[in-house]
Design a protein around this ligand. Structure first.
Ligand SMILES: C[S@@+](CC[C@H](N)C(=O)[O-])C[C@H]1O[C@@H](n2cnc3c(N)ncnc32)[C@H](O)[C@@H]1O
Length: 258
């Protein structure tokens, strides 16, 4: 997936996943109301398209190589979807909640560069921005960074920089309450017809937050855009999600009606 291979043993993967489960499921008890039907997303049917022989031979924009190179934790399918979604919809105002090393921002930027759009602006919110100089140089003047946990005040600050957003990528804290707050707080700041793209929709707490929003808001449920996820086979030992595998990955799309 990434050009830099990661040397990590199965044992280490399980240990990291177990630590994540302990942090995300054992120490944080959800207090927001949970959806009554928690299986909503898993029931979404999967569609598999098979390409025919007569495929048009487009020339691939060289910028797409960033999909492989960017320091994102997204699966290849997620990276490809994000790149294509940006390339296909050409958003002018983009907000990212959860940026880390800037991998997803780089993918967005590369699609914008491939389009040749120069009135694009992105805003990144993260309490721990970890972008190196190469990434900052790549994103250049097109991005503004707000260091801090997402909050109503920070959302207002972001909107003051850019106005309403065409696309908001939500990839911050994946516990139920935070995922739900991030989605709910984003709704006023996405333009009509704009999109909320939620990463790690395969994570059970994020999945249930999305289900709650679908049941309790006017947003259009566009469904899973990417159903690829990564499992460490570590099971959640107790609580509401007991017995479920700890999983990350998956992209879910919601849209504000026109
Ligand atoms: C999975 S990483 C984001 C990865 C990035 N979107 C990518 O694909 O390259 C999640 C990030 O969310 C940030 N985060 C955690 N809680 C947050 C919050 N309340 N508000 C905003 N960001 C948060 C973390 O610091 C972390 O860098």
């Amino acid at each position: 997936m990434n050009s830099q291979s990661i040397n990590i043993s199965d044992e280490q993967v399980k240990q990291i996943a177990t630590e994540l489960v302990n942090r995300e499921y054992m120490q944080v008890t959800p207090t927001a109301e949970l959806p009554q039907q928690t299986n909503l997303l898993r029931e979404t049917p999967q569609t598999i398209h098979k390409l025919g022989k007569d495929v048009v031979n487009w020339v691939m924009p060289p910028e797409i190589s960033i999909v492989e190179q960017s320091p994102s934790l997204m699966t290849l399918a997620q990276r490809l979807f994000l790149w294509s979604f940006i390339y296909g919809t050409a958003p002018k105002r983009y907000l990212e909640i959860g940026t880390d090393a800037g991998g997803s921002a780089m993918i967005v930027m590369s699609a914008i560069k491939a389009l040749g759009v120069d009135d694009f602006h992105g805003v990144c919110i993260d309490p721990e921005l970890r972008l190196n100089q190469t990434t900052r140089d790549y994103l250049g003047e097109y991005f503004t960074y707000i260091q801090g946990k997402n909050s109503p005040e920070i959302m207002i600050e972001a909107a003051k920089i850019s106005g309403l957003f065409d696309l908001i990528l939500i990839d911050g804290d994946h516990t139920y309450d935070y995922a739900l707050m991030d989605i709910m707080m984003a709704i006023p700041y996405v333009c009509r017809g704009g999109y909320l793209l939620i990463d790690d929709a395969a994570h059970s707490q994020v999945r249930d937050a999305i289900s709650y929003v679908i049941e309790n808001s006017q947003l259009i449920d566009c469904g899973f855009m990417c159903r690829h996820s990564v499992s460490s086979e570590v099971k959640i030992p107790s609580g509401r999600w007991q017995g479920e595998e700890y999983r990350v990955g998956g992209l879910y799309l919601l849209r504000k009606p026109l």
